[in-house]
Structures are given as structure tokens and as C-alpha cells.
Design a protein around this ligand. Structure first.
Ligand code: UDX
Length: 459
């Protein structure tokens, strides 16, 4: 099928390349000319494992092209995915101005039947707004529109894998036509009938659930899914605080809680909190939607509050060990909001670095992929060539993103380089016993090494 994808960010670029890989002819549009130039020169606007190869192969096969004009793409395709950004406004609501702008352009140039699919994360009832919009601005006899919602669940760092092996594909439609076109678009993924570009010996997988519902419900499924995952993280962080206070082990608590199939082990890893371009903004937007509809969404406010407090709690823990941070040389491992990405948007690691700077500490940092983007946000710290350099003469090492490569380091060498062998692990990536055996002082999140005894009978 000929498909237009508007927006070459994480969602747009992975969707465009994925759909092309499964045989569709895709035109991906972005109004950022610089980004289009980079893509047409064979470069990538961001780091995402496996995506560069996918884009290269499909461009070479003439199934994927990048342009900057919406009209040219929409005129050639009966289907358009809207994958533009919906960043938060001051008040936390989602900014839908790009969605509106794109839909205006579509209504001006589309001819015949045109299926407009919202894939950006949008608040409930945006699809209804789009329908109203098209009925007003798309008022030409040649334009017969259909609107659908198709929320995206891909995670940065494993986006390509998530495209080809999703837990489910959700579509919100108002017509059988839209439902059948979306089923046709995703058939290879639904049937898992493609040559897997991610796993060499990809084992045969069962059919992917195809959830067909109404547009409002599909939009809510996205916000509810992300908010639930974020709530799970804040829940385990809340429990980790108690574990530290009473002398229990949050990692073991999480493991045992996660063994309950009704709960599940994923997203129960305590740490310095969730970040990225999705959870923080989706929580805010969903809370606004709930409030706007007169519903009590205080729970999400609490999820957000617990998350925001992680930063000061972690810096306090460091001050407990180092007393005054002013003038102290600190090594920082990890700046990205999570591993396998160069994304630093709402990164807890950057929030902690800012706090350390505010305390007057001397910060020397290393991240395998995110230093360029971190430098644009915090130019005043020292960016090191490698993790060892960041540890040199440090009074403490704070580990803020759980990159695999940190686990492969020669910690004996690190210990020799440091002024004081103290590790504060904000992502519980190291084994306490292993680092203690190497002579490090070690503090993680949620184990009560520094517990205070509760008076007997306290509940
Ligand atoms: C998320 C959703 O997972 C994805 O489905 C949606 O499409 C987009 O938003 P992403 O933002 O890429 O994806 O990151 P994710 O892997 O979900 O991690 C989010 C944050 O939570 C990261 O900062 C991560 O470090 C943190 N996290 C995750 C924890 O602190 N503990 C956990 O157990 C899991």
C-alpha cells in the first residue's frame, strides 16, 4: 500500500521504516529540513539500535523516501499516519497545534478516500476533533475522509523490536473500511509473517492480538497504559523508601511481588525515577484529561510527586556520605533517561547533575551515546572520553543510567583511579557483594544498609 507518515521522530521514523520493511511504499515527511537532509544523506537524527540499517535497506529498495512537503506525500497515498510531537504545554495539557496544522494541510490536498490515522499520543476525543475539523476544512466533494486512532507502544532503545514484535496492535475506528485497511497494513506484523530484521534466528511467534475498538477508547488505552507503567515504578520506589527506612531489601521485595502473575515482574525496578519523552508528559496530560472531565485523578498526581522527589532524595543520600558537596569532584556514569538511547528528555540523570552543580560540586560525566545532547542542555560540566576518566580522582561515583558497558568495566582499575571508592548506584545495576568484595563503599536504592531500627510494635 502507498502510505504517508507525517513526522520523522521516534514514532514516525520507526513506523515508516517498519511499514516499508513489511512491503509498503512509504513516504515520510518532516518539516525540519535539516532532519530530512540528514536522512537523505544516509544519516540518522537520533541513535536507535537497528533503525539505521532498516532505513538504509528500505531506501535502497525504493520503499522508503523522505521529503518535507506534506502535499506531495498525501497526494500519492490513501493513508496518512500522523506521528508529530504533542509536547506538554505549561499547564501540562498536550500541545496539539502540530496535529491540527497537519490535518489542515491534509484537508487541503487529499483527494478521494483518505484514511487519517492518529499515532501521536493524544488526549481522548482528539479523533472526534479531527473528524469535525475535516468536515469543516475538508469540505470538497473529492475528499472522503476517515479518521482512526492507532496508538504506539514502542520503547526507545528497543523501538524496532517493539514494532515487529508488539504485545498488541490497537486501532480505534468508526468504519469497517478503516478497520480492514489497518488490518491489511499490519497483516505481516499481525501474522508475524516477515523476515525478522531484529533477531537472527527469530523463533516462530504466535499471532499478535488485533484490538479493534472505538476512537475514544483507543486514545485512552495509550494514556492508561503509560500511566499504569509509571504508577508501577512510583509504587516500587515508594516501597524502596520504606525498605531503606526499616532495613529490608527492595530488589527482593520487587522480585517476590513480581512473581505474582497478576502483577508481573516488569517495571518494578527501583531507582532515581522515570524520565523520557513519554511518561512524564503522558501522566500530566492524562491527569488534565481526567480533571477536565470532572474525574478525580489525584492518584496520578501522587505518581508524579513520588517521581519528582527521587532527585532530591538521591542527592541527600550523597550528602549523607560526603557532607558538603561544594568543590567535591564527582564522577557520573550515565546521562540518558535510560540505556540504549541518546535521549536526555526529562532525564532523571540530568536533573541530578543540575542538583549537584547547584550544590557546587565538580561534575565529570560519561555516557556512551547521550553526551552530545546532554552538552546542549548542560554545557558547564566536563564530558569524559570514557567511564574510567570520569572516575579519575572522584570522591564518589554516581551511576545514573544502567548501560550494559558499565557492567563490563574493570572495577579494580576504577577503584585505583578514585580518591574515595564510593559508588552510589541510582539504578541498582551493580551487585552489592561484588563491588564490596573489591573494596568499594556501595549504596543502592532500596536496601536498608543504613536502616534505622523502628521501636518495637511500631506499625
Ligand atoms: C515508554 C513506554 O514503555 C512505551 O510503551 C511508550 O510507547 C513510550 O513510553 P520509553 O519512554 O522509551 O517507553 O521508556 P521505558 O522503557 O518505558 O522507561 C521509562 C522510564 O522508566 C525510564 O526512565 C526508565 O529508566 C524508568 N524505569 C523503567 C524505571 O525506573 N524502573 C523500571 O522498572 C522500568
Amino acid at each position: 500500500m502507498d502510505i504517508a507518515v507525517i513526522g520523522a521522530g521516534y514514532v514516525g521514523l520507526i513506523t515508516a521504516a517498519g511499514l516499508a520493511e513489511t512491503g509498503h511504499r512509504v513516504i515520510c515527511v518532516d518539516d525540519d529540513l535539516g532532519k530530512i537532509e540528514v536522512l537523505n544523506a544516509g544519516g540518522m537524527p537520533f541513535y536507535e539500535p537497528g533503525l539505521e540499517g532498516l532505513v538504509k535497506r528500505n531506501r535502497a529498495a525504493k520503499r522508503l523516501e523522505f521529503i518535507s512537503k506534506i502535499e506531495d506525500a498525501v497526494a500519492q497515498s490513501p493513508v496518512t499516519f500522523i506521528c508529530v510531537g504533542t509536547p506538554p504545554l505549561e499547564n501540562g495539557e498536550a500541545d496539539l497545534s502540530s496535529v491540527e496544522l497537519v490535518s489542515r494541510r491534509i484537508s487541503e490536498c487529499a483527494r478521494g478516500y483518505h484514511l487519517v490515522i492518529e499515532k501521536s499520543t493524544v488526549p481522548v476525543q482528539t479523533g472526534r476533533r479531527l473528524q469535525k475539523h475535516f468536515s469543516i476544512y475538508g469540505n470538497n466533494p473529492q475528499f472522503h475522509f476517515d479518521v482512526a486512532s492507532n496508538p504506539e507502544f514502542l520503547r526507545e532503545g528497543s523501538g524496532v523490536e517493539d514494532f515487529f514484535h508488539p504485545d498488541r496492535i490497537v486501532v480505534g475506528v468508526d468504519s469497517d473500511e478503516a478497520a480492514s485497511r489497518l488490518e491489511e497494513i499490519y497483516r505481516p506484523v499481525l501474522e508475524q509473517s516477515f523476515v525478522c530484521p531484529v533477531h537472527e534466528n527469530c523463533e516462530k511467534r504466535s499471532r499478535v492480538p488485533f484490538v479493534v475498538t472505538d476512537i475514544n477508547s483507543a486514545e485512552l488505552i495509550k494514556h492508561a497504559s503509560n500511566s499504569f507503567l509509571a504508577m508501577k515504578i512510583s509504587f516500587i520506589n515508594m516501597v524502596a523508601d520504606l525498605c531503606e527506612a526499616v532495613g529490608a531489601n527492595a530488589a527482593q521485595v520487587a522480585e517476590a511481588v513480581g512473581l505474582d502473575k497478576r502483577i508481573g515482574a516488569s517495571f518494578l525496578r527501583p531507582g532515581i525515577g522515570f524520565g523520557g519523552s513519554c511518561f512524564p508528559k503522558d501522566i500530566q496530560a492524562f491527569a488534565r484529561v481526567g480533571q477536565g472531565a470532572g474525574c478525580d485523578f489525584a492518584l496520578l498526581r501522587e505518581v508524579e510527586r513520588i517521581n519528582q522527589r527521587r532527585i532530591a532524595q538521591f542527592v541527600d543520600k550523597l550528602k549523607n556520605e560526603l557532607w558538603v558537596l561544594r568543590g567535591k569532584r564527582l564522577g557520573v556514569w550515565g546521562l540518558a533517561f535510560k540505556p540504549r538511547t541518546d535521549d536526555v528528555r526529562s532525564s532523571p540523570a540530568l536533573a541530578i547533575v543540575r542538583q549537584l552543580l547547584a550544590e557546587g560540586a565538580v561534575v565529570r560525566a560519561y555516557d556512551p551515546q547521550a553526551m552530545k545532547k546532554a552538552k546542549a542542555e548542560i554545557p558547564e560540566i566536563e564530558y569524559c572520553a570514557d567511564a574510567y576518566e570520569a572516575a579519575r580522582d572522584a570522591e564518589a561515583l554516581v551511576a545514573l543510567t544502567e548501560w550494559e558497558e558499565f557492567l563490563e568495566l574493570d572495577l579494580t582499575r576504577v577503584r585505583r583511579l578514585m580518591a574515595r571508592p564510593l559508588i552510589l548506584d541510582g539504578r541498582n545495576m551493580f551487585s552489592r557483594d561484588a563491588v564490596a568484595a573489591l573494596g568499594f563503599e556501595y549504596l543502592d536504592i532500596g536496601s536498608g544498609a543504613h536502616a534505622r531500627k523502628l521501636p518495637l510494635g511500631a506499625s
